[in-house]
Write a protein of this length. Structure first.
Length: 516
């Protein structure tokens, strides 16, 4: 069926042309204006000789042009590759060459990184496109690139003719995993999978065209693009878009724009609460609060609840985003759960063969349904390991209770064996995160002469707090078995993080995992 994601924007521009699609840095953009900019971009790509199936990449902060390029790629059948703007030259080089991108649009902020690799990537030398970010003291467009607005502004805005129409099963995007372990892998997402995600997320939020959605996630991330932006625009809502995340600004925007749906990762909510701004703004407009993305301590739920915000935690990954969500009415009763599977996702706890195991037993979380990725770009062996008989093996260990609520125990690769016993670091991390003197904690398994492996805990003390090793062990007493105690503790001022605010355990393992 020929019905690409770009067609959803075209329909919105017909049904509600003058409605505000998003507000970017306090400037409104209507659905008609967004579709007009998208159509200009389609014609630019056509003139540049880009064809269906070609990959194009963006290294951009959040901005309107990001969405124009994304929807233009969708209309033309190009495969859109959003790059993490925190990456440096070698990381950009790897991903651009891995996907074979023919075109790259980049913000002026990243000019030096792009310049350092431009002769070493597969991007056509006449297809480097420069875009001003709006930040002060930006460098000018170099002579080896083209200025986006100089080349796009004169194209007509009417709907372009597409010579090779897009099928729903065609690839829409390649989104690289955050690289918590090993080299990033490009998850291939189709137009049809994305439509089903839109349906599923709309059900989670019970959204309508009157909603105002606030979620300052980076658009290069699957959460920002496929959980927030695409559903928001296809659903006819209004989205508040900022160049980047600022906790004070986030809180102020809730009141300024009377946001009705608010979405933030756990780390983001922690920063927002620490800013103190939530206590001085009107949040009465908010009816849905979504969050998660990492381990969330009960204290954070309680702090939000004090302010009338009831956060529904979810579970997903680049390979199958937003596959579970906690019903609002069960937040307190099922604290610690990641919720129930979405309408278009079937999930169970499986053994190594994918067979369902009894409720309450720990196994791997597996999923099947129309929201699951097609596979990893150019990685058939890793795809075959992850998707077996159409079943996605998430790599997360968990269990299901008698009421059908799911719980994460740990990443399968993070588990270690101490004295023959399986130890799941997330279980101990969850306990320690409840200590009032601990702001964040991560535990890895390290070699041990006596036990084979033991735990090493990396702890960031709470602001202004001093904590000793003895206090850590005292807090664990009667909460977890002794064999689960980390034998080594290191206090840190910061932990290595991915762009999506997840702790990079691979960096910790690389630096510390061989020293004991």
């Amino acid at each position: 069926m020929k019905w690409d994601i770009g067609f959803a924007l075209r329909k919105r521009s017909i049904i509600t042309p003058e409605k505000t699609a998003f507000i970017y840095e306090d400037q409104s953009v209507t659905y008609r204006e967004l579709n007009d900019g998208t159509n200009r971009c389609v014609r630019l790509f056509q003139d540049m000789g880009l064809k269906k199936g070609d990959r194009i990449s963006v290294d951009l902060l959040n901005c309107p042009e990001f969405l124009e390029i994304y929807f233009a790629a969708a209309k033309l059948g190009l495969i859109f590759v959003p790059l993490n703007w925190r990456m440096v030259g070698p990381e950009l080089k790897y991903q651009l060459n891995d996907c074979g991108s023919r075109l790259l649009v980049f913000h002026d902020s990243f000019l030096d990184y792009i310049d350092s690799i431009r002769f070493d990537v597969k991007v056509d030398q006449d297809k480097f496109i420069y875009l001003k970010s709006g930040t002060p003291n930006h460098p000018e467009c170099p002579d080896w690139a083209k200025d986006y607005y100089d080349i796009v502004k004169n194209y007509p805005v009417d709907e372009p003719k597409i010579d090779d129409p897009v099928e729903m099963d065609d690839s829409l995007a390649i989104v690289y995993t955050s690289g918590v372990t090993g080299d990033p892998k490009g998850a291939v997402l189709s137009h049809m999978q994305t439509y089903f995600k839109i349906f599923q997320i709309g059900m989670y939020m019970d959204s309508n065209t009157n909603d105002v959605i606030l979620a300052q996630l980076p658009l290069f991330h699957s959460g920002g693009l496929f959980i927030v932006a695409t559903p928001a625009i296809c659903g006819g809502t209004t989205m508040i878009l900022r160049r980047g995340f600022d906790p004070n600004q986030f809180a102020e925007d809730i009141a300024r724009y009377k946001a009705t749906i608010v979405f933030g990762l756990t780390t983001m909510w922690r920063l927002i609460l620490d800013s103190g701004k939530l206590d001085s703004v009107d949040m009465s407009s908010v009816r849905v609060v979504l969050g998660g993305g990492e381990r969330t301590p009960p204290s954070l739920f309680k702090e939000l609840e004090k302010r009338g915000l009831y956060m529904q935690q979810g579970f997903g990954q680049t390979e199958n985003s937003a596959m579970m969500m906690m019903p609002r009415e069960d937040i307190k009763r099922k604290m610690g759960s990641i919720g129930k599977p979405g309408f278009f996702t079937h999930i169970w706890i499986a053994d190594s063969q994918g067979n369902e195991i009894p409720k309450g037993q720990i196994g791997e979380i597996v999923a099947v349904g129309p929201t699951v990725m097609t596979g990893y770009w150019n990685k058939p062996e890793q795809t075959a390991e992850t998707i077996v008989n159409e079943v996605l093996f998430t790599g997360d260990l968990g269990y299901e209770d008698d009421e059908g609520f799911f719980y994460i125990v740990d990443r399968a690769k993070d588990m270690y064996r101490s004295g023959g016993e399986n130890v799941y670091p997330a279980e101990v991390e969850k306990v320690l995160s409840g200590h009032p003197k601990i702001a964040n904690v991560s535990i890895i398994g390290v070699p041990d002469d006596k036990w084979g492996e033991t735990g090493m805990a990396f702890i960031i003390p709470a602001w202004g707090a001093e904590i000793k090793e003895e206090e850590v062990y005292e807090y664990l007493e009667d909460k977890v078995a002794k064999y689960k105690y980390p034998r080594h503790i290191k206090f840190m001022s910061e932990l290595p993080m991915t762009a999506t605010m997840k702790i990079k355990k691979s960096d910790l393992k690389k630096e510390y995992g061989v020293k004991f």
